[in-house]
Every structure is written in structure tokens, then in C-alpha cells.
Design a protein around this ligand. Structure first.
Ligand code: UGA
Length: 436
């Protein structure tokens, strides 16, 4: 089966490479000639574990190719995926759908043979209706159907998430579209991955509801962590104690500096806009957005407190370990490290930082922060080390070495990577999240 993937960003590229790996014939299309040239040279535009190898092997097998030519790329494709960005629109937080609609228009102009057009981009309820309207005008007389197929990939684990999904959601009432989509996902179907067919609008909402629910879960445990600190309880044990209840589930109950990334912040805002448009308040999600925003700066203040408060902190130096919004990505979008370093700098604290993959993208977002060549180079001369993102490289730090390099043995662990008793036994002052 031939599949066209319009948009070769994070979602399009991972999905395209995985579909090719299933045995489909996939063309990834993008307007950016630089990106396509790089992909044709085997250079990935993003950091995602395993992606380079997956792309290379499928290109070699002749199942995956890249082009800027949309007309040629979609020719004879049975399924044409729209996987372009839907960033927050400046000013109002609505999902900016201009890229999605532009692709629909262009696909319509060049559509010559029957195809199912599938929105994989995260799009608000009703977007599929508009895509259908655009195509009806642009491609009169050609048989097509518009389906929704949201993605649930986590950055850093996207390939395994794609190949072993908890579920596949297909939104379309059209039987032919359902059949084509069943064929697209047949290899996973054979693996018994649950496929859920819903209406298109329901499918669009499922994506937002899933991300919003996960954001609620994280924010809930973060607030419980704050309470744990006040009442002398341990949030790790609370998470385990509630997570073992099958109705709650243990995932996404890890307290930390607040969620970031390209999805939760953007999608919660877009969902709130939909709720406003339909006059159907989502007060829990509203609260989550506010609580998470304020948490990031609060984590900066936590480091200041660990340094002895505002007076004592002025002029001191803090080493930030980990800048990306989570490990195994170079993505800095809405990363808590940005607000944390800003809060520290506002308090007159000098900041040095190290991240295994994120420094190139982080540097312009953090003016005045010294980007160090290694974790230990960042720590040299620091009055405190703050672990912000839990990269594996920071899970077994050499505490003796840190003592030799840092001015004081003080670790603020915003991801609860370490065991408090063990770190204290090594002579460190240790501050973490939700543990007294
Ligand atoms: C998220 C969803 O998990 C995916 O299912 C979805 O497909 C994707 O958004 C998307 O909409 O494209 P992602 O943003 O890559 O994926 O990252 P997550 O692993 O979900 O983490 C998001 C943030 O929550 C990170 O900042 C992470 O550190 C934080 N987090 C996560 C916590 O603080 N605690 C947790 O227990 C889990």
C-alpha cells in the first residue's frame, strides 16, 4: 500500500518510518528543501533514539523516500496523512490550523485518484469537517474520505510507542475509510493492538482529553508532593500507594518540576479554547494550566531557599543538570529549566548548565547561562547542583568528584532520582520534591 505523509517533522517522520518498516511504500513530503535534502543524506532533523537507523534501513529497502514535491508524492497513495504542526496561535492559545488547511488545499488541487485523507496532526474538534469542506471544493469528482487518527507518541520513546501502542484510534464513519485504515495498521492489528473506531469528532477530542488527563495526573501528584513536604510524608510512597490501585494506575504519578514539552502545554490551552467556544467549562484543566505554570518558577525559588534564601543566594552559583523538558530529546519547548534558570538569575544567582543533547537549542533561550562541556565542568565552583532533567547520565553521579569540584555539597534533586539517605550518607545536603 502506498502512503503519503505530508509534513516530515517529529510525528510525520516517526510515523512514516514506522509505516515503511511495516512494509508499506511511504513517501514523506515537506516544504522545507533543507530538511528534505538532509533526510536524503541520512541526517535526522530531530534527536529521537533509533530513528536514524530505522530511516536508513527503510530507505535502503526502497520503502521510504523524501520529497518536496507534493503532487508527485501523493500520486496513487491510498492514504494521505496530514502531519504538520498546529502550534499555539500567538496571543490567544487557539491551535493554529493554517498549515493543516493549506495542506488540505494543496492535496485537493493535486488529488487525481481516490484516497483517504487522514489528520494525524493534533487538531481541535471540527477540523476534519473543515478539511472535508476544503477538499470537496478543491477536488471535485475525486473520491475521498477524511479520517482522524491521533498520535500518542512520547518523544524519546516514539518508535516503541508507535510499534506497541496501547490503542489506535480511527475517527471516521465511512466504511471504505475504515477499511483503508485497517489495512494501514494491519501489522499492529495482527499484534492485537486494540483499534478503536469512533466518529471523527470523537477521535479529535480523544487526543486532547488524553493529554489533558495526563497533565491533570502529573499536576495532581505535584501538589500532593508540596503537601508531603509540609506534613512530613513521602510522595514517592504516596504515588506507589495510590498507583497500585488499578483504577488509578502508577504511570504519570512522578512528582517533579512541572510538565513541559510541545504537547501538554499547547494541547491543554487549545482544549480550553474549545471549551470556551462551546461554553462548556473545563475548570480542572484551567486549574492545571495555572498550577503548572507557577510551579516552574516555584522550583527556581526552591533552589534559592536551599541556598539559604534570597539574601544568601545572591552572588552564588548553581549548576543545572538537564535542560530539555525530559530525557532522550533535544526539545526545549516549555522546558521547566527555562523558568528555573530565569528565576535563579532574577535572584542574582550565576547559572551554569549542562545537557547531553539540548544545549544548542537551550542557549538562545537562556541568555547569561554558561553552557558547560560536561556535568562536572558545570559543577566546578558551584554552591549547589540542581538536577532538573533525569537523563541516565545523571543517575550515577560521582559524589566524591562533586565534593572536590563544588564549593558546597548541596544537591537539589527536582526529579527524585536519588535516595535521600544514601546522598546524605555521602555528606551532602539533599533537597528533593515531596520528601522531607
Ligand atoms: C505526550 C504524551 O505522553 C503522548 O502520549 C502524546 O502523544 C504526546 O504528548 C503528543 O501529544 O504528541 P511527550 O510530550 O513527548 O508526550 O512527553 P511525556 O513523556 O508525556 O512527558 C511530558 C512532560 O510531563 C515532561 O515534562 C515530563 O517530565 C513530565 N512528566 C511526565 C512528569 O513530570 N511526571 C510524570 O510522571 C510523567
Amino acid at each position: 500500500m502506498k502512503i503519503a505523509m505530508v509534513g516530515s517533522g517529529y510525528v510525520g517522520l516517526v510515523s512514516g518510518a514506522c509505516f515503511a518498516d511495516f512494509g508499506h511504500d511511504v513517501v514523506c513530503i515537506d516544504k522545507d528543501p533543507g530538511k528534505i535534502a538532509a533526510l536524503n543524506d541520512g541526517v535526522m532533523p530531530i534527536f529521537e533514539p533509533g530513528l536514524g537507523e530505522l530511516v536508513a534501513s527503510n530507505v535502503k529497502a526502497g520503502r521510504l523516500s523524501f520529497t518536496t514535491d507534493l503532487a508527485a508524492g501523493i500520486a496513487d497513495a491510498s492514504a494521505i496523512f496530514i502531519a504538520v504542526g498546529t502550534p499555539s496561535r500567538r496571543g490567544d492559545g487557539h491551535a493554529d490550523l493554517s498549515f493543516v488547511y493549506a495542506v488540505a488545499e494543496e492535496v485537493g488541487q493535486h488529488l487525481k485518484t481516490e484516497a483517504v485523507i487522514v489528520t494525524k496532526s493534533t487538531v481541535p474538534v471540527g477540523t476534519g469537517d473543515e478539511v472535508e469542506r476544503i477538499l470537496t471544493q478543491a477536488a471535485p469528482g475525486v473520491r475521498f474520505a477524511v479520517a482522524s487518527n491521533p498520535e500518542f507518541l512520547r518523544e524519546g520513546a516514539a518508535i516503541s510507542d508507535f510499534k506497541r501502542p496501547d490503542r489506535i484510534v480511527i475517527g471516521s464513519d465511512d466504511e471504505w475509510a475504515q477499511e483503508v485504515m485497517r489495512e494501514v495498521y494491519r501489522p499492529l492489528f495482527l499484534n492485537q493492538a486494540p483499534i478503536l473506531f469512533t466518529s471523527r469528532r470523537t477521535s479529535e477530542l480523544i487526543k486532547y482529553a488524553a493529554n489533558a488527563f495526563l497533565a491533570v495526573k502529573i499536576t495532581f501528584i505535584n501538589e500532593i508532593a508540596d503537601l508531603c513536604e509540609k506534613v512530613d510524608a513521602d510522595v514517592q510512597d504516596v504515588s506507589r500507594g495510590i498507583g497500585l490501585d488499578g483504577r488509578i494506575g502508577s504511570k504519570f504519578l512522578h512528582a517533579g518540576p512541572g510538565y513541559g514539552g510541545s504537547c501538554f502545554p499547547k494541547d491543554t490551552l487549545a482544549l480550553l479554547k474549545t471549551s470556551e467556544d462551546y461554553d462548556s467549562p473545563l475548570r480542572i484543566v484551567e486549574a492545571v494550566v495555572k498550577v503548572n505554570d507557577s510551579r516552574k518558577r516555584a522550583m527556581g525559588r526552591k533552589v534559592v531557599d536551599a541556598l539559604g534564601g534570597a539574601e544568601a543566594a545572591r552572588g552564588k552559583k548553581v549548576a543545572l543538570l538537564g535542560l530539555t523538558f525530559k530525557p532522550n530529546t533535544d526539545d526545549m519547548r516549555d522546558a521547566p529549566s527555562i523558568a528555573i534558570s530565569q528565576t535563579l538569575q532574577d535572584a542574582g544567582v550565576e547559572v551554569s548548565a549542562y545537557d547531553p543533547e539540548g544545549m544548542a537549542l537551550a542557549a538562545p533561550l537562556m541568555p547569561g547561562v554558561t553552557m558547560a562541556a560536561s556535568a562536572y565542568a558545570a559543577i566546578e565552583g558551584a554552591d549547589a547542583v540542581a538536577l532538573v532533567t533525569e537523563w541516565d547520565a545523571f543517575r550515577a553521579l560521582d559524589f566524591e568528584k562533586i565534593k572536590g569540584l563544588a564549593k558546597a555539597p548541596l544537591l537539589v534533586d527536582l526529579r527524585n532520582v536519588y535516595d535521600p539517605a544514601e546522598v546524605r550518607a555521602k555528606g551532602f545536603t539533599y533537597v528533593s520534591v515531596g520528601r522531607s
